[in-house]
Structure formats: C-alpha cells, structure tokens
Design a protein. Structure first.
Lengths: 292, 67
C-alpha cells in the first residue's frame, strides 16, 4: 500500500508505506505516550501537534479522577487515536499478563481498536528500569497464545530481541537508552544488529525504538538506522514547551524516515568537491597534490 | 457479613451482591473500568451474573497516562 504524494510537510513522505504492526496500520511512525504531562490539556495539545495516531496508556487501580477532577479518557479522542495499553510497572510475567487482560477489557468496552494489542513491559530493575528478559519472553509467549499482538519493550540485546520474535512478538521494541533518561541511542551497533537479525528474510517485520529519546535528532537517528517506528513520552512531556517539542518530533520522524528511504551517502575519509573541476580561474591546477 | 478486598483495602459488605451492583456504588463511568476477581478478569457480559463471594480479592482498574 502506498500513500499519496502530498506537498504538505505535515504528511507522510511520498511513496512511503504506513507502519504496519500486526493487524494495525498507523499513518504516523511515531507512537507517543500520555504520561508525565503537567495538565491534561497540555497532553491533549501535544498529542495533537505530534501527528501521532497511536498513543500509549497505562492500567492502574481505579482512581478515576485526578486531583483536579479530570480523567484521561475525557481528553483523548477515541475516534482519532488507537490506544496501546502497556504493562508498565510490572516486575513479573504473571502481573504483566493480568495487566494486559485488564487493559483489553477496558478497550473492548470503549470500542477502541487497540483492544487486541499490548505494549509488554516487564521490568527487572527499579533504578535503571531495564527489562527482565526471562520474564518478558515468558509473558510474550503467553500473551501471544492468548490472541494478543504483543509489542515488546526490551533492551538493546540482539539475542533477547531474537528470542522475543520467536516467542511471537508482533514487534520488538529495543530501548535506545533507559526509560525517561533522555540519553538517546547509546548502542547503535546493537540496534543495527537487531534490525539486521529481525529483518533477515522478513524485511517488513516492524522494529520500533522505544525509550531513551531526548530530543528530535534522536528520533531522526533511529529512523536513519532503519527503525520502522519510534515510541517516546518523556522527551515531549518534560520538554520546556511540550507542544513545540511534539511538533519537532513529528518533523524529526518525517526527516529521519525520508533520509533512510533516500539513502545516505557513504562516509569518506577525504573531501570530494561539489563544484565543477572545469572552468576554474585559479592558477593552481585542479587535482594538484598538496605538495605542488 | 462478607469480607473482601478491593484494590488492596479490606471492605465489609452487609449482603451479597453482583459485580454490577458493586459498580453501581462507584461514582465512575463503568466503561472506564475493568474488574478482576481473584486474578481473573470478569467480562462485562458477566457483571450481572457474577456474585461476589466472601474472601474475594477484587481489582478495579482504569486507564491513566503512561508511556
């Protein structure tokens, strides 16, 4: 499927394909979180500016109204956004599976198409928020068997990424760096290896960089590496001006993806002139060595 | 007297009730909620038939902001 070319910068690059994850087709390759905003209206405006059509949410014990008497579901247009419930904060497979099933039940009731998928996150360490690979694989396998399309948050370990794909993950989502750290992509070599391994013989398999984004260039870099999508939250929500940062992220997504599709030039040690060699008024012959 | 836990808190009920009757007591839109009894999700279509038992551990959850 090919999107229609459009002169507007707000639209997807021409002749690009949408991001397909399991049975879901997303027009924006950026998925954004809904947490950590100062206010619900700031969140709503940031989501709007980001251009995303998929947003993540968390499942928590009922405290339906926050201190200002507002509920997040009153600030998210359910006809516009596909919700992606997460299992954030779970530290074992049992809790993660329970959270996923509860999220599914709410989304089914809301009639939102996100009812059949989940962002699986099983943490192994409360300080780094790095995932527990064993529990994540176990939960992924169980949720996939239960009919979920599982988008798996994981570290940048290529072997774990392979195991998650084998366990039935609809998408593997390696972290660029720890959640909320804003450190960007710390191990690009590992991310390249993950992309290489997971797409071998399966080029359309979606790999989404999830977590660690600090600013717009991190997003572009992820796409330039070949990532199919980027998932981020704090980099927008905790920016000094979240709405403006949401817009920056949107353009970074388009720029990075376009750069990947366009194909970067190889890096060379020495310079190559952009201007013609002929017709110079210089007395120094073109191509003369530095010694001449 | 029926003793249950709801979201980790001990609650005493004078009489037996269904999940639907329990949700009637919560001042929140029921479509924002999911219910789990003893670690198993109660599907919405079973709210009227599912009777809460003594000792049940109940979780009432909703969606909040998250990444």
């Amino acid at each position: 499927m090919t999107t229609t070319a459009d002169s507007s910068i707000d639209n997807a690059p021409s002749e690009d394909t949408p991001l397909v994850v399991g049975g879901h087709t997303l027009q924006s390759r950026m998925i954004v979180g809904t947490g950590r905003y100062d206010t619900m209206t700031q969140m709503r405006d940031s989501l709007n500016e980001s251009g995303a059509d998929c947003v993540t949410v968390a499942v928590r014990r009922e405290r339906l109204y926050d201190r200002s008497g507002q509920n997040i579901l009153d600030f998210i247009d359910l006809d516009r956004y596909t919700l992606l419930p997460n299992t954030a904060g779970c530290y074992n497979a049992i809790d993660a599976v329970r959270a996923a099933r509860l999220g599914r039940e709410i989304l089914k009731t809301l009639g939102n198409p996100g009812a059949d998928w989940v962002k699986l996150e099983v943490l192994g360490d409360s300080k780094t928020l790095l995932p527990d690979p064993v529990q994540t694989v176990e939960a992924c396998r169980e949720l996939a068997a239960d009919g979920f399309q599982v988008l798996c948050y994981t570290s940048d370990c290529p072997v774990t990424a392979k195991r998650l794909k084998e366990a039935g993950a609809a998408s593997v989502m390696p972290a660029g760096s720890p959640i909320g750290s804003g450190q960007g992509l710390l191990n690009k070599n590992n991310l390249r290896i993950i992309l290489d391994y997971l797409k071998e013989g399966d080029p359309d398999y979606p790999v989404i960089i999830d977590a660690g984004v600090g600013t717009a260039s991190d997003v572009s870099e992820a796409f330039e590496l070949g990532a199919d999508g980027v998932l981020l939250n704090t980099a927008i929500a905790h920016a000094r001006d979240p709405v403006r940062m949401a817009r920056a992220m949107k353009y970074a997504t388009l720029a990075g993806r376009d750069a990947f599709l366009a194909g970067r030039i190889p890096k060379r040690l020495y310079g190559t002139a952009s201007s013609p060699a002929e017709g110079m008024i210089s007395t120094r012959p073109y191509g003369a060595s530095n010694a001449e | 007297m029926i003793r249950i836990t709801v979201n980790g808190r001990n609650v005493e009920l004078n009489e037996s009730m269904t999940v639907e009757q329990m949700l009637d007591r919560v001042e929140v839109p029921p479509n924002y909620l999911a219910v789990e009894v003893n670690a198993e999700v109660v599907p919405r279509e079973e709210y009227t038939a599912h009777v809460i038992q003594n000792g049940d551990q109940i979780e009432l959850v909703t969606l909040v902001g998250g990444g």
